[in-house]
Design a protein around this ligand. Sequence first.
Ligand code: UDP
Length: 330
Amino acid sequence: MHLMVVGGAGYIGSHTVRQLLAAGHSVTVLDNLSSGHREALPKDAHLIVADLLDPPALKAALLSAKPDAVIHFAALIEVGESMRSPGRYYQNNVTGSLNLFQAIVETRKIPLVFSSTAAVYGDAESVPIPENAPKRPTSTYGHSKWMVEQILHDFGVAHGLPYTVLRYFNVCGAAPNHTIGEDHPNKTHLIELALLTALGQREKMFVNGTDYPTPDGTCVRDYVHVLDLADAHVLAVQALSGGAVSGQAFNVGLGHGFSVRQVLDAVDAVVGTPLTREEGPRRAGDPPSLVADPSRIKGELGFDPKFTDLNGIVQTAWDWHRTHPHGFKS
Ligand code: UDP
């Protein structure tokens, strides 16, 4: 198949581009390069630089690339920033996605895989979380993704647009050959920040809240390796294009969680020296515990994660950061 990967120069997108090419597909990336990196793309992926807030450019890209399916990653992703700048998040994530879906139905009504998030569940009643759990996002980021899921539902009903939603839990790690990895303009993710602290780029790690209703008082998350997540996209787009039922949402996680303290312990073990930690207040918008029930994606798409050990996952991220201490500019 020929895939258009929207946001394909970003962290998850660029790993997915590699896995799609490895599976024998061809790829056109559409990205505005606001947070993605040209350097993250292999030579055989064609890049169109365009913005989701530019509908004519989207239609032109779809008409010129003639993809068989689209995978849509492009979004702003920071929970904390989304609480401070909701307008920016709704414009980029909701209006941008709406523009893309409209362009698809007006040009080629091709299948679409959409990147959603565990943040749509918000304060979950219990974990692990199945896909039909109530959607009660606690952040603007989570709201923006849930709104897009609802827009997709309506496009499916009205226009017959085939789509699959993947709800990611906490994505981390890097390609084990450490050629690509996490490099966001604003660093907010726990493992990336901890490893940059280990490299001496920051003084210490702040633990955001120690009074949550969790076993050690810090937030619990389900950490899934970026290559396993990339493989989930390959499985999803192949199944949807092969006629699988449209409109399904799948959790992508391992099904067990680690607390902030446990993650920092894993970082200490991989790096070999303990980081200085300071316990601080909660971060706005953070739910206490997000752990996937991944049985649907395992059963229906054959998702079979390879990176199941937290230290092993952190090791791949550490190999990327220590060989690229300043990311793609290293
Ligand atoms: N966190 C932390 N210190 C940091 C960065 C993150 O304690 O320097 C916490 C954060 O508040 C959350 C968890 O680590 O409870 C995971 O946050 P991250 O931003 O990595 O992912 P999110 O769950 O927001 O997608």
